[in-house]
Design a protein around this ligand. Structure first.
Ligand code: FAD
Length: 642
């Protein structure tokens, strides 16, 4: 049957990429259809129930700044929030939340069901309709033909998916879900360049059988016993607040031990990874426990986080023991750890192999070069992670909608967004293993912070029609307040004659000799905004003025003012450094340079440089996997005489 209505955008797949793609296209006014296997699994987290982390949290904030769903759903479903790297610079600070997977999914589904211009339909897609070199729709398992001007494919780990537990394997998209076999065959027929990757997940545990008294408790930030208990629980979305959070829960920590490692080693001969049953390459940064024991032989213990899966379930996710070892080994290895001696496994761990498509066959809009109107996003592009998928989905949804409007594609630059870094890395360098985001991938990371994602992107989102009035008003008020407060600090002068010596030492570390404005004083490393406001014993009434000026935005506004004062010098210097790097194309690299000793570089970059031994910096920059950030770090190393 040919479905009577025609759509602008069809999104295939209702995971993290698909839901953001569908919401974005619909927000931009495109008539959008989301086709997925099962409406009950929209927004489902296939693996750990957590969102964010370093690099990933940055992407979530960017998706949020562009009006996306992930951060808001996390605020609604988050049962533990933490700010990682909170003692480090703002560029690498990142939000991470543990989510109740049922609440998270419910929030995503509600947003999808209430989005104007968006229709949902439950069916497997088995085929694409292609006329000449243009996609014109999708065909479902029971032969319903949906016509559309563009198709965004976000099939995740489902394309020809194969699950492995020990030497047993079977076809599946993930545990409990069917694979997409016909669609995979159709894509192969279209001769889009593809390969195989793999990922894995740990067994899930019944919390009633865990002895938590033998584990260490890890409360979230803003909770009693956690970091900053007086500051309140962190919030993910720029439009979120802590009142949206449900009840908060702690995580727990246990460890593997020598016995665990012996048990794991005893299963190596039945491991699908080590016996060659799995051909796909897995994520190096998220290795299975057998891979860790095999590679890091000198470590006699690994930390394992026991993460609650939700408020209404006893299920726990043991983060750190992803495995595809046979179930008898899984059973023994779990029970060898402290607190888990009597633990019941609810679901076995497994690995999954799936098709991905070489992202170098995509334009920088994520439209395939071969078939017009066909866009790919998410795990299908060789990435791993919900956040990477969500960011790509939003991006592809935007560009599909822009194409329908007859407008040119939006391609954020590398200095504008992590999204720009992600897209550029994928389409120019491709992947050799599942790609995940790190702050080290961004050469402009001082300016690509979580805290300023709204300042970087909400305006462009507003212009494209992605951002609603409430979000736009919030940004406008925040921007005004930041600039008013910055001006006030710049024009408020502190005269040493008016300062009591002790006060000056308390706040500024030492007495000042001549007049300074507050903004200049704030540039000093140990001077905080709050302390500055207490300066002058109230004679300038700084604190009162600020509260009045900033209103309820005060915390986020103060953060921006403080970062601008303290880091603008570094940011400007970094920009200059990267620009100058362009001139070093022909700079010769010393033949004797021992790359493994260049500690500023990631291990991956060191290994690649050591293997390829480029003659010039220009050559180094073109090695697949060597990012512009690595090039600038290498340059800095050379300048230091390394
Ligand atoms: P998915 O979330 O996989 O969603 C795909 C969607 O498309 C599903 O709704 C599916 O039903 C639908 N679909 C597929 N084919 C069709 C079709 N033909 N017709 C209709 N609907 C279709 N990430 C990490 O960051 N760390 C990890 O440790 C990690 N471990 C993982 C372990 C496992 C076992 C799995 C399965 C995934 C793991 N991931 C991990 C990856 C993470 O789940 C994905 O990166 C993320 O979910 C990708 O999002 P996506 O939207 O691209 O695809």
């Amino acid at each position: 049957m040919l479905y009577p209505q025609e759509f602008d955008v069809i999104v295939v797949g209702g995971g993290h990429a698909g839901t953001e793609a569908a919401l974005a296209a619909a927000r931009m006014g495109s008539k959008t259809l989301l086709l997925s296997h099962n409406i009950e699994t929209l927004g489902q987290m296939s693996c750990n129930p957590s969102i964010g982390g370093i690099g990933k949290g940055h992407l979530v904030k960017e998706v949020d700044a562009l009006g996306g769903a992930m951060a808001l759903a996390t605020d609604e479903g988050g049962i533990q929030f933490r700010i990682l790297n909170s003692s480090k610079g703002p560029a690498v600070r990142a939000t991470r939340a543990q989510a109740d997977r049922i609440l998270y999914k419910a929030a995503i589904r509600r947003m999808l069901e209430n989005q104007p211009n968006l229709w949902l339909f439950q069916q497997a897609v088995d085929d694409l309709m292609v006329e000449g070199d243009r996609v014109v729709g999708a065909v479902t398992q029971v032969g319903i033909r949906f016509r559309s001007r563009t198709v965004v494919l976000t099939a995740g780990t489902f394309l020809d998916g194969k699950i492995h537990v020990g030497l047993q394997n079977y076809a599946a998209g993930r545990a409990g879900d069917p694979p997409a076999v016909s669609l995979s065959a159709r894509l192969k027929e279209l001769q889009l360049p593809q390969g195989r990757l793999k990922t894995g997940t740990p067994p899930r545990l019944d919390g009633r059988t865990i002895d938590f008294s033998k584990c260490s408790e890890q409360p979230g930030d803003g909770m009693p016993g956690g970091m900053n208990p007086d500051d309140g629980v962190p919030v993910f979305s720029f439009m979120g607040n802590a009142q949206m959070h449900p009840q908060q829960m702690p995580c727990w920590i246990t460890h593997t031990n020598e016995r665990t490692h012996d048990i794991i080693r005893s299963g190596f001969d039945r491991s699908p990874m080590f016996t060659g049953k799995i051909e796909g390459v897995g994520p190096r940064y998220c290795p299975s426990v057998e891979d860790k024991i095999n590679r890091f032989t000198d470590k006699d213990s690994h930390q394992i986080f026991l993460e609650p899966e939700g408020l209404t379930t006893h299920e726990y996710y043991p983060n750190g023991i992803s495995t595809s070892l046979p179930f008898d080994i899984q059973y023994d290895l779990v029970r060898s750890m402290k607190g888990l001696e009597n633990c019941h496994i609810l679901r076995p761990g497994y690995a999954i192999e799936y098709d991905y498509f070489d992202p170098r066959a995509l334009k920088n809009s994520f439209e395939t070069k071969q078939i017009q109107g066909l866009f790919f996003a998410g795990q299908i592009n060789g990435t791993t992670g919900y956040e990477e998928a969500a960011a790509q989905g939003l991006f592809a949804g935007i560009n599909a909608a822009l194409q329908c409007r007859g407008e040119s594609a939006w391609t954020p630059a590398r200095d504008q967004a992590y999204l720009g870094v992600l897209v550029d890395d994928l389409v120019t360098q491709g992947v050799t293993e599942p790609y995940r985001m790190f702050t080290s991938r961004a050469e402009f990371r001082l300016q690509l912070r979580e805290d300023n994602a709204d300042a970087r992107l909400t305006e462009v989102g507003r212009q494209m029609g992605l951002v609603d009035d409430a979000r736009w008003d919030a940004l406008s008020r925040k921007r005004d307040a930041v600039s008013r407060e910055t001006e006030r600090l710049k024009s408020t002068w502190v005269n040493p004659r008016n300062l009591v010596a002790e006060e000056s030492i308390r706040v500024l570390g030492k007495a000042i000799e001549h007049e300074h404005n507050l903004f200049d004083l704030l540039r000093r490393p140990n001077v905080t905004y709050q302390a500055l406001m207490s300066l002058d014993g109230g004679r300038m009434a700084c604190a009162d003025v600020s509260r009045e000026t900033l209103g309820d935005l005060s915390e986020t506004v103060i953060e921006q003012v403080e970062i601008a004062a303290k880091y603008s010098g570094y940011i400007d210097r970094q920009k200059g450094e990267v620009e100058r790097a362009a001139f070093y194309e022909h700079l010769r690299l010393p033949e004797t340079l021992d790359y493994m000793q260049v500690s500023a570089l990631s291990i991956e970059a060191r290994q690649k440089l050591a293997k390829h031994r480029p003659e010039t910096l220009g050559q180094a920059s073109r090695i697949s996997g060597i990012t512009p950030a690595s090039v600038s770090l290498l340059l800095i190393h050379l300048k230091k005489g390394g």
